[in-house]
Design a protein around this ligand. Sequence first.
Ligand SMILES: Cc1ncc(COP(=O)(O)OP(=O)(O)O)c(N)n1
Ligand SMILES: Cc1nc(C(=O)O)sc1CCOP(=O)(O)O
Ligand SMILES: [Mg+2]
Length: 241
Amino acid sequence: MFSIGRLHLITDSRPGREPLAVVEAALSVAGPELVVQVRVEDDVDDRTAYELAVAVAARCAAVGASCLVNDRLHLALAIGAAGGHVGARDLPVHAARRVLGPTAVLGATARDPETGAAAVAAGASYLGVGPCHATSTKNGLPTPIGPEGVRRVASAVPVPVIAIGGVTPDRIPALLAAGAYGVAVVGAVSSAADPARATADLLAALTAPPPPAPRDRGPFPGPTPREGSPVYRRGAGAAGW
Ligand SMILES: Cc1ncc(COP(=O)(O)OP(=O)(O)O)c(N)n1
Ligand SMILES: Cc1nc(C(=O)O)sc1CCOP(=O)(O)O
Ligand SMILES: [Mg+2]
């Protein structure tokens, strides 16, 4: 059965960053629960990207974590990654699926329900949905869609939604309540003074029990969650994703 972690760490290869050290720190805390997406800036050459990806994949394999590669699917194949992630300016999802094969993990970016549903129909196994909040990590992004935008996409698709963009531990409860299965981060870990501690804080927020819904606080039980509701979706995720 398809399974994917709830915390995705995307490498930060901007000048002055130390992506491998950050990945090692995060893996030391999260182990097999972490998904590491190797992402390099567009002007980084393939050889440099490949060397980073090989190093990240080896660290992931040592603890049983998953490694994905952003954009450059030939690198994903070359290093034996679990899969890749594509967006609007990359290979179309159906073509990415042909490249990676039927069993690989394939993520696709979606900022609205229509794009999300089309990506799933074309073979995406999860969706990266955002930007949820403002971020300084990447330029040129549209206006943040907030938890409500996540809710719109999550309610339209039967695959895990990974919320991205300005994610911090305190923002995670609202994203999960909106139907996100997990989150993807760059700065919350890479820019932290203590990346291991930051990883632990993100994991704690992802696994904390949700606050009781208002209808659960009274003397009478609430209605059974409907298929498609966030409550239902989180249960489905725990069972299979
Ligand atoms: C989990 C996740 N979600 C979204 C993205 C963004 O992908 P894309 O739109 O292709 O932009 P780039 O990352 O390639 O600049 C992602 N990488 N991961
Ligand atoms: C790489 C990327 N893609 C996004 C999108 O919305 O498509 S947001 C983003 C950067 C996320 O970094 P941070 O966690 O530091 O905000
Ligand atoms: Mg891309």
